[in-house]
Design a protein around this ligand. Structure first.
Ligand SMILES: Nc1ncnc2c1ncn2[C@@H]1O[C@H](COP(=O)(O)OP(=O)(O)OP(=O)(O)O)[C@@H](O)[C@H]1O
Ligand SMILES: [Mg+2]
Length: 368
């Protein structure tokens, strides 16, 4: 286990700056998940931590020791790449033990550590097989096993499950959750998968163009996104955004009139001036399907309805705006149906013109 500090790190490839300046501390034993759009610098950051990519400036500290110039083997770091990179001519056992052999570990110890890793990863009966005789999930477990046997202080995983089909991903996600508990290593995990990020992370780091937008627990990011970027990135389907302007300000309460013709009153942390433009956000699952004629009901027409069995996604277009409503109640809506909805103010998020959150979480409880 180790504490990892990324201290004012910058990275440029030639004239292109990929990471402008990034600082982040990952605690001993923490499972930290990096998410962000393609090309935002997640893999580059992992490679920097591993020592596979030199930094342009700043420092990488492991347990307070400056490792910025240390060679990869000196850092106590193991990395699992998206492509499993197994040796095709070696069997599972030799693949798992390869790093130890290179490090001239005594044969008896290699045998013991390989069999312990194989047991943890449920590969015990496959030790004599070649990679081509394994399924994708088994191969990925071999790659993880090879990293594990090196007893890394820091475990880096770059989209380890992205090559697997949906069912295998679910299985491996559960395996990784189990490993997380058993290994107690400090882990940095990159993924594009919302569910992996939400279920595995102690903390999620949302990156955008080499910068950190927000760091927080999964539920902090879900309930209190700091800005429009995080609000739109965390959650699937994404949060709905509706344009509006501030009608009235009374103390810490603002009344916003939305372009779609609705009016909402909610508490804010920093009162904007009347007349300024704002964006209201609401998650698809927080829009309430209500009865037509109910006081706060707003009638819309469903344009597309997606029936997933467990959930129904109802897509709505209102002038310039579009909304997605998630209904778990098994309602049989059809395209063209008129439906009444309401937007409970307590479940809404409010962002100012610069995209910063101004909704006051302390003044309202989280939506149920
Ligand atoms: N060796 C390199 N030389 C030049 N540019 C590079 C190099 N490696 C990465 N980049 C650029 O750095 C940026 C960040 O790349 P990186 O691979 O870290 O993104 P990522 O967040 O991992 O994306 P993805 O989600 O697609 O894997 C990209 O714009 C990429 O083109
Ligand atoms: Mg990447």
């Amino acid at each position: 286990m180790a504490t990892l500090s990324i201290d004012k790190v910058t990275k440029a490839f030639g004239n292109t700056t990929v990471i402008p300046e990034l600082s982040l501390t990952i605690e001993d034993g923490e499972f930290c998940v990096l998410v962000g759009p393609s090309g935002c610098g997640k893999s580059t950051l992992l490679r920097i931590i591993a020592g596979l990519e030199p930094i342009s400036s700043g420092r990488i500290l492991v347990d307070g020791v400056d490792m910025s110039d240390a060679e990869p083997p000196e850092r106590g770091v193991a990395m699992v790449f998206q492509s499993y990179a197994l040796y095709p001519h070696m069997d599972v056992g030799r693949n798992i033990g390869f790093g130890l052999k290179i490090a001239r570990t005594p044969a008896a110890e290699i045998l013991e550590r390989v069999s312990r890793a194989a047991e943890k990863l449920r590969l015990g009966s496959y030790l004599k097989r070649k990679p081509r005789e394994l399924s994708g999930g088994q191969r990925q477990r071999v790659a993880i096993g090879r990293a594990m046997t090196r007893k890394p202080k820091l475990f880096l995983l770059d989209e380890p499950l992205s090559n697997l089909d949906a069912a295998l991903r679910v299985g491996m996600r559960v395996e990784i959750a189990r490993l997380k508990a058993e290994l107690a290593s400090t882990m940095v995990y990159v993924t594009h998968d919302q569910v992996e990020a939400m279920t595995l992370a102690d903390r999620i780091v949302v990156m955008n163009s080499g910068r950190i937008e927000q760091v927080g627990t999964p539920l902090e990011l879900y309930h209190r996104p700091a800005n429009l970027f995080v609000a739109g990135f965390i959650g699937s389907p994404a949060m709905n955004f509706l344009k509006g302007c501030v009608d009235r300000v009374e103390g810490n309460q603002v009344t916003v009139s939305l372009d779609i013709g609705l009016s909402l009153t909610m508490p804010v942390s920093k009162a904007p001036q009347a007349g300024v433009e704002v964006t209201v956000g609401i998650r698809p699952e927080h829009i309430v399907l209500s009865a037509e004629g109910q006081a706060d009901a707003f009638v819309v027409k469903a344009s597309v309805v997606e029936l997933l069995g467990s959930d129904t996604f109802i897509h709505v277009r209102e002038g310039e705006e579009s909304l997605v409503i998630r209904d778990s109640g098994g309602r049989m809506a059809r395209a063209g149906d008129r439906i009444a909805i309401s937007l409970p103010p307590r479940a809404c998020h409010l962002f100012d013109k610069t995209g910063q959150r101004i909704f006051d979480a302390a003044a309202a409880t989280e939506p149920a």
